[in-house]
Design a protein around this ligand. Structure first.
Ligand code: ZN
Length: 211
């Protein structure tokens, strides 16, 4: 029996990619990090991962009471994020997935709560999560389920890594033609096109590119 219960709503198919992309501009040194504390992680979990506010508030209180345990949880959550990133980066690039990364994903899945009960909530129905104390596999359960479903789900031919080598964002290409190369045409696509245009026309004339 578990002491507490939380809920998460519908789990986006690409939630694991959204989590991997919380560290971005991965082709630059250093990449941009959007999660710098357990508070950032909990904010993301309450938003993108659809956790109920009470579970997030309880985890915040727990972290305030035991900052060392919260720091360990945060470090483990970031390590799991890098496992997810490496796995899907490999799949998107046609490289074999790392056995160590599959083992790490399996360990985290094993430690995650069961996805066995749906319960009514104020907003409709949600997955119930039972737990005793917050852990990284518990809080990341929706991410881990999404990663497992995506990697075995036959959608791997739609997995992409942004063609901008500074960006390297992971995404699912849902376009009809399945030829999307950039995470976002407005930022990465146009930036690359503008840069190529600059190199062709202005190079050596002392004019800086507009990007
Ligand atoms: Zn991009």
């Amino acid at each position: 029996m578990t002491a507490r219960h939380g809920t998460v709503g519908a789990i986006a198919r690409d939630l694991c990619l959204s989590y991997a992309n919380t560290r971005y501009w991965r082709g630059t040194d250093p990449p941009t990090e959007s999660l710098t504390s357990v508070a950032d992680l909990l904010r993301w979990l309450g938003g993108a991962a659809g956790y109920d506010t009470e579970t997030i508030a309880a985890a915040e209180r727990w972290g305030g009471e035991d900052p060392q345990a919260a720091a360990r949880l945060f470090a483990e959550a970031l390590a799991i994020r890098e496992v997810v990133y490496r796995l899907f980066s490999a799949v998107a690039s046609g490289r074999p997935v790392g056995e160590d990364d599959i083992r790490a994903l399996n360990r985290a899945l094993d430690a995650a709560p069961e996805r066995s009960q749906i319960v009514p909530t104020d907003g409709g129905l949600a997955w119930q999560i039972g737990y005793d104390a917050p852990t990284a596999p518990l809080l990341l359960a929706p991410v881990l389920w999404s990663a497992a479903d995506l990697i075995v789900g036959g959608k791997n031919d739609r997995l992409r890594q942004c063609a901008n080598d500074k960006c390297l964002w992971l995404f699912l290409d849902d376009s009809k033609s399945a030829t999307r190369r950039w995470c976002d045409m407005k930022s990465c696509g146009n930036r690359l096109k503008a840069r190529r245009h600059y190199l062709k026309t202005k190079q050596g004339r002392g004019v800086k590119p507009a990007v």
